[in-house]
Design a protein around this ligand. Structure first.
Ligand code: NAP
Length: 280
């Protein structure tokens, strides 16, 4: 029987491409969006309503999911967004909200589905973390912290779930072309003058990463391969230079840190930051 795969955040970016791809391969795909009505008739797979920030939404989503299907083999925790900006200037509420979605939302959805996986004595959980779950570039402190948190959580959880034959994997992409940049949230106007020059450079470096990103195929292929594997690896970095980045961080930290400092200094100046908005 073809596997049933649930993908959170399937209205855009990685989630949308993965959902379409798996649907075309004949898998039973269920995606989620906060506003599924916006995509009615536009996606070929089932799209259910889910806001991972909201406990009530998670509860009604879970009820709806198991009314729709009795079978669930794979959960892909993909929904998330990015807060950018100088850490000290970022309002605490933006930082908290980043954790509410990327960490707590992911944990809560996982917890809602674990009873099902335990009862059937198998399952697979694949979580889209980020290369910033493994390294820490400037201008992305809260995003980086949220992805480190998620990475650490599943690093422990996987051992607890091993006895139930539930496989746990992380996917850690570098920059890929999705709507992550246009959906990003930032304190757009700097409040601390000491950072004026650095802020401009750091924003330019972040924007360069977004502008030069690769097409998302490699991420979709990595997740698809994990679904088809008996013994999936826990950590799966994807994208240009990931091997080199992680090697340098572990074995040549001075070179690694020097290259991050240099990438900020030499980034072409951004003339504006239209892609980064303030969350109201
Ligand atoms: N693109 C990259 O370079 C990159 C690199 C590393 C990791 N990632 C990670 O990849 C994942 C997918 O992002 P993407 O790049 O594909 O960005 P995207 O195009 O902006 O897609 C984000 C998806 O997440 C959903 N979402 C956001 N907040 C949500 C919430 N509170 N509750 C439920 N769904 C929510 C959105 O759905 P609705 O708006 O329809 O609800 C959307 O489908 C994220 O976890 C991101 O951190 C991306």
């Amino acid at each position: 029987m073809k596997k049933t795969i649930l993908i959170t955040g399937a209205s855009s970016g990685f989630g949308l491409m993965l959902a379409k791809n798996l649907h075309e391969q004949g898998f039973n795909v269920i995606g989620t969006s906060r506003e599924p009505e916006k995509y009615a008739g536009k996606v070929p797979f089932k799209l259910l309503q889910l806001n991972i920030d909201d406990d009530n939404s998670i509860k009604s989503f879970t009820d709806e999911l198991f009314r729709y299907t009795k079978q669930l083999d794979v959960l892909v925790n993909n929904a998330g967004y990015m807060v950018t900006g100088i850490a000290e200037e970022t309002p605490m509420d933006l930082g908290r909200q980043q954790f509410e979605t990327n960490f707590w939302g992911t944990v809560k959805v996982t917890n809602a589905l674990l009873p099902h996986f335990r009862a059937q004595k198998y399952g697979q959980i694949i979580t889209v973390s980020s290369i910033v779950g493994l390294i820490g570039p400037p201008n992305l402190s809260y995003y980086t912290a949220s992805k480190h948190a998620v990475q650490g959580y599943f690093k422990s959880l996987r051992f607890e779930l091993d006895q139930f034959n539930i496989k746990v994997s992380m996917v850690e992409p570098v920059w890929f072309k999705t709507n992550l940049g246009s959906h990003a949230v930032s304190a757009a106007n700097g409040s601390i003058a000491d950072y004026n020059a650095y802020r401009q450079q750091a924003n330019a470096a972040t924007q360069k990463g977004i502008d030069e990103a690769e097409a998302p195929d490699a991420v979709v292929n990595t997740i698809t391969a994990l679904i088809g594997t008996k013994e999936p690896k826990f950590s799966n970095p994807v994208g240009k230079m990931t091997g080199m980045i992680l090697f340098l961080q572990s074995y040549a930290p001075k070179i690694f840190e020097g290259s991050i400092l240099k990438s900020v200094k030499t980034a072409p100046k951004a003339t504006d930051r239209k892609c980064l908005k303030i969350r109201s």
